[in-house]
Design a protein around this ligand. Structure first.
Ligand code: PEP
Length: 252
């Protein structure tokens, strides 16, 4: 039996105006209220955080952001810092593959962002995952392993215990191609988990959640979440529709 508390987190990406966000949240609240054994999170665009916070206060759904800057304040036009976020949300996605591919993020910036989030009490959801080319070249273990080690470098075990890792093979994000449950579990169990145990000790390493992300939908969620080391999912496209997000949550 799994002892880690499952998590289903939605990554809305650059979608939903404030009005649309309010509508989706209103649809989710009554349909998710019975799922008290799961950590449910919606990671919204910055501008939707206030409405999400207001509507979700006192419910079983938590709010997350999708990025932050590692500095606390200053001349960083267009950026948002951890202290600015901390009163609006509980979680923050860090190092999503879209940010790595399109906005110059790398293991070093991920590591700085993780530290900045932890310093104000935000829980980081740290994304790792190999590209199609890396996968086909047999480099998956090496790439994912490096991202975990470098991204979480220098953290204490106590800090690590507040982190959620999301394994998201880049070739499965938004493509409709999902890693098979066995493939994903193999990476969680035999690549990510041993590194977490080695870095932070067996107890903390075993307690940290490892989510799977990449074209999760209601039809494949149960089989993925049923694996020994898949502790839930980070959901992109399917988190934008209440029916799909609820259907995926039912798969836990
Ligand atoms: C994501 O963006 O984190 C993701 C997993 O996207 P999708 O579910 O759309 O593949």
């Amino acid at each position: 039996m799994k002892t880690r508390r499952p998590m289903v987190a939605g990554n809305w990406k650059m979608n939903k105006t404030i009005e649309e966000a309010a509508e989706l949240i209103d649809a989710l609240i009554p349909r998710l209220q019975e799922y008290n054994n799961i950590d449910l999170v919606v990671c919204t665009p910055y501008i939707d955080l206030p409405v999400a916070k207001e509507k979700l206060e006192g419910t079983n759904i938590k709010v997350g952001a999708q990025n932050l800057h590692w500095e606390t304040s200053g001349a960083y036009t267009g950026e948002i810092s951890a202290p600015m976020l901390k009163d609006l949300c509980d979680y923050v996605i860090i190092g999503h593959s879209e940010r790595r591919a399109m906005f110059g993020e790398n293991d070093e910036t991920v590591n700085k962002k993780v530290a900045a989030a932890l310093a104000v009490g935000l829980q980081p959801i740290v994304c790792v995952g190999e590209t199609l080319e890396e996968n086909e070249a047999g480099q998956t273990d090496e790439v994912v392993g490096r991202m975990v080690r470098e991204g979480l470098k220098g953290l204490s075990s106590e800090e690590a215990s507040r982190i959620v890792v999301a394994y998201e093979p880049v070739w499965a994000i938004g493509t409709g191609r999902t890693a098979t449950p066995d493939q994903a579990n193999d990476i969680h169990k035999n690549v990510v988990r041993p590194i977490l145990r080695e870095m932070f000790g067996a107890e903390v390493g075993d307690g940290m959640r490892i989510l799977y992300g990449g074209s999760v939908k209601p039809s494949n969620a149960a089989e993925l979440f049923g694996q020994s080391d898949i502790d839930g999912g980070l959901i992109g496209g399917a988190s934008l529709k209440a029916d799909d997000f609820v259907g995926i949550t039912q798969g836990v």
